[in-house]
Design a protein around this ligand. Structure first.
Ligand code: NAP
Length: 222
């Protein structure tokens, strides 16, 4: 059987890098454009990439790239709103739209949206992050309904606090306090998130569809 082709965004570091490394050990052809090749904050870049790669036959799409710029509501700038919307929500939808026709033709596909626990719960200063992560979970559910009949499984993975640059920018004292609230007493390692993604896109997953799978060490059980 020929290798399946995976397309993943944001694979240069953090969770995306861990997924990339894990999938490299498995039987996939992987396409992982850098930000220079595909800037998700720029629709021109997205359209140019899609146009110049229109012969790509993508079996599995992993929308991983994301940003989080915390802000109190009364300090929230238009630029902050636009960046979250564009990178966390609009660009994944545009990539799905571009790659789904081949999956439909092939009657096989897997789509993973890397969401967040803040797509399920929320906290202060996370208005836009939470808005976009809740919304991408809505996209996952709507598309599971729409694409299930074409044998395309669509799921969200919702990590809790994970040791990447996204959280390393917090003061260590703050992260230590957060870790105390996590039943496991620690943040996730990116490799732990990659294991779940690897399973969901594998042939072992034949029936999980439209789910927002929380992987947070029990944090959201409180
Ligand atoms: N870390 C956590 O605690 C956590 C928890 C829940 C969910 N998540 C989600 O997991 C995903 C990965 O997060 P992470 O923690 O691995 O973050 P990270 O270490 O900050 O990495 C973010 C990735 O997204 C890419 N990216 C950002 N803006 C981009 C743009 N305009 N165009 C193309 N690529 C862009 C970055 O590319 P460059 O390398 O070029 O900057 C980088 O590869 C995100 O969707 C995030 O919301 C993370």
């Amino acid at each position: 059987m020929s290798k399946k082709t995976v397309f993943i965004t944001g694979a240069g570091r953090g969770i995306g890098e861990a997924i990339y490394k894990k999938l490299k050990t498995e039987k996939y052809k992987i396409i992982a454009p850098s930000r220079d090749e595909l800037d998700l904050n720029d629709n021109v870049s997205i359209y140019r990439y899609i146009e110049t790669h229109k012969n790509l036959k993508i079996d599995i799409l992993i929308n991983n790239a994301g940003v989080n710029f915390p802000s109190w509501i009364d300090e929230l700038t238009d630029d902050n709103i636009d960046k979250h919307m564009q990178i966390n929500l609009i660009s994944p939808i545009k990539l799905i739209r571009a790659f789904v026709p081949y999956m439909k033709k092939n009657q096989w596909g897997k789509i993973i949206n890397i969401s967040s626990i803040f797509g399920v719960v929320a906290r202060g200063k996370q208005t836009m992050y939470s808005a976009t992560k809740h919304a991408i979970n809505g996209v996952t559910k709507a598309l599971a309904l729409e694409l299930g009949p074409s044998n395309i499984l669509v799921n969200s993975v919702c990590p809790g606090f994970t040791n990447t640059d996204l959280v390393k920018r917090n003061p260590p004292e703050k992260n230590a306090l957060i870790a105390k609230d996590i039943p496991m007493g620690r943040f996730a390692q990116p490799e732990e998130i990659a294991e779940l993604v690897s399973f969901l896109i594998s042939d072992k997953n034949t029936y999980i569809n439209g789910q927002c799978l929380v992987i947070d060490g029990g944090f959201t059980c409180r």
